[in-house]
Design a protein around this ligand. Structure first.
Ligand SMILES: [Zn+2]
Length: 179
């Protein structure tokens, strides 16, 4: 018997879906559940589909066994993003990536390295400035919300070359000059 085929009113994923006016379908619970369980990873459509497929029970029945078709997955991701449950970012290759919206913040300042393609939060590096950015973002979203805008999300991405890559490039240059 698969684990939670029936909707459980106390299930946090069901609660989130209901609170955002979404139907608590098996597919919706699966996608949101997966992203909430992997909050630090942002997935492309294809990566998410692969991850969900490998997650399904080989001998399972019901929602976990069903293959989520691409169109359903795309629609679902769009809906979840529209209501603000997912954060959508466009990476350096202009591919959309999705991750669970961080609960405490609407916009998490992050840095996307154009060299190693690592995506790292900026709280550590920016400290107080990162908090100021978050507060400014929250205020902007609240102001828009008050004007009737809905399903808001905001992406605070800084793009460039990270310190590690910059250092590596400098060392390479020094070696090249020396040899
Ligand atoms: Zn880098």
């Amino acid at each position: 018997m698969p684990p939670t085929t029936l909707s459980n009113p106390t299930d946090p994923i069901d609660a989130l879906l209901s609170a955002h006016g979404l139907r608590r379908t098996g597919a919706a619970r699966r996608v949101l559940g997966w992203l909430l369980a992997h909050p630090d990873i942002s997935y492309t459509h294809a990566q998410l589909q692969t991850a969900l497929q490998s997650d399904s029970m080989p001998d399972g029945q019901g929602e976990n066994a069903a293959t989520l078709d691409r169109v359903t997955l795309y629609r679902l991701i769009d809906r979840l993003t529209q209501v603000g449950l997912l954060l959508c970012r466009v990476d350096a290759n202009r591919v959309r990536r999705y991750q669970a919206m961080p609960a405490s913040v609407h916009a998490l300042p992050h840095f996307e390295c154009q060299s190693c393609h690592r995506d790292q939060p900026l709280q550590g590096a920016l400290q107080g400035n990162a908090f100021d950015l978050e507060v400014a973002a929250q205020n902007a979203l609240q102001a828009l919300n008050a004007l009737g805008y809905q399903g808001l999300s905001l992406d605070l991405a800084v793009r460039g070359v990270c310190a590690d890559c910059a250092t590596a490039a400098t060392i390479t240059r020094i070696h090249e000059t020396a040899s």
